[in-house]
Each structure stands twice: as C-alpha cells, then as structure tokens.
Design a protein around this ligand. Structure first.
Ligand code: GLN
Length: 189
C-alpha cells in the first residue's frame, strides 16, 4: 500500500513517520504526477492559506480534487479546511470536496492551542489524546457526512464522508497511531 502525504507546507514529516511505523510505503506529494500510483493521501496541518496558494502555483488543485473524489483522503487541521466545500471565505483556494462547513481559527486567540481527550466513534473505547493548534471546527454537515467526534460542548471536530476523513486536531503529534491505522483500513476496504 502506498500513501501520499501532501508536502507543500506544514506537519507532513510527522504523518510520514507514523505511516512508515505502521508499515505503509509513503511518498511526499509536490507535483501532480506524484499522485499517480497512490492508494490514499493525507493533507497535513499547517497554514491552509499557504497550502492553497502553493497548490495553485504547482497546478495541484484539479489533480488533488480528482484524487480526493475517488480515493481515500484525510485532512488534518489545515487539511480539513482545504477539503471543505465551505469555509466562509471566497478568495482562499480550497478543494471543496467534502460536504462540510468549516470555521477557521474557531477557538480565537485566547485558547490558541489546547489538548483534550476525545471519544472517537470509529475507534475502540479508549480516549484519544488530541492536540488542537489554532484549530478549525466543523459548523455544519450534510446528511451524507458522519460525525465521529465532538468536544464536550458538542462542537464537531472529526467527520467521515465515505472515503474522506477530516480531523480538526493533529493525530500525527502524539504517539497514538489509531487514527492512522483507521485511515489505512479505509484504504484496504
Ligand atoms: N489555523 C490554520 C489555518 O487556518 C490551521 C492550523 C493548523 O493546521 N494547525 O490554516
């Protein structure tokens, strides 16, 4: 199994390490041709405006859109923003392939970053220690989207839409590899 990690900007190395630890073959994606032989793709956290701008420059927007429409793709944090169909900002380039509305920087400045234990419905019962860094939240989902995790106040922080996965936090920054394992299981399904 060969998994790509979009390597334009952000926390792609950490995803790469976790995937390799699980036995997957990993390839950094910077050009459209890099997508050719991949079974799945992770779009990392970072700065979604920068990722979007570079994706436009490298001619990656359409190829990434086509890829995500047919193959398992997982966006974490900025990657979640990049996958969403609505972020309330017209000029920022996004893929718009997931039927979710996302609010960037939803937690404001006062709690820039925080960590919390989450229940995630597609994993076992053990809590998942989640690191949020200037994180987005999902403010609306269409019927075809499954909410797989919320904060205690009900705000949505992880969703799945068939072969597409999006998490507002950074699972690549902790030792818990259960979400990466789950993503690989979507690929092999
Ligand atoms: N706030 C960032 C953005 O808008 C996302 C932060 C992150 O990926 N950790 O892109």
């Amino acid at each position: 199994m060969k998994v790509g990690v979009l390597a334009l900007q952000g926390a792609f190395i950490e995803h790469e390490k976790t995937l390799r630890g699980l036995g997957a073959e990993v390839k950094q994606v910077r050009l459209p041709a890099d997508l050719n032989d991949l079974d799945g793709l992770i779009i990392p956290g970072g700065e979604s405006t920068t990722i979007g701008k570079l994706a436009v420059e490298y001619g990656l927007i359409e190829p990434l859109r086509d890829f995500a429409r047919s193959k398992p793709t997982w966006g974490t944090c900025a990657g979640m923003i990049f996958l969403a169909k609505d972020i309330g900002i017209d000029r920022q380039p996004i893929l718009g392939v997931m039927d979710i509305t996302v609010n960037r920087n939803a937690f404001g400045r006062q709690i820039d970053s925080f960590e919390v234990d989450l229940g995630i419905s597609v994993l076992d019962d053990r809590p998942f220690h989640a690191v949020f860094i200037r994180a987005p939240v999902v403010t609306a989902v269409d019927q075809n989207v499954d909410v797989i995790s919320t904060l205690a106040d009900g705000r949505i922080v992880a969703v799945q839409e068939e072969h597409l996965l999006a998490t507002a936090f950074h699972p690549e920054l902790t030792d818990d590899n259960r979400l990466h394992q789950y993503f690989l299981s979507i690929i092999t399904k």
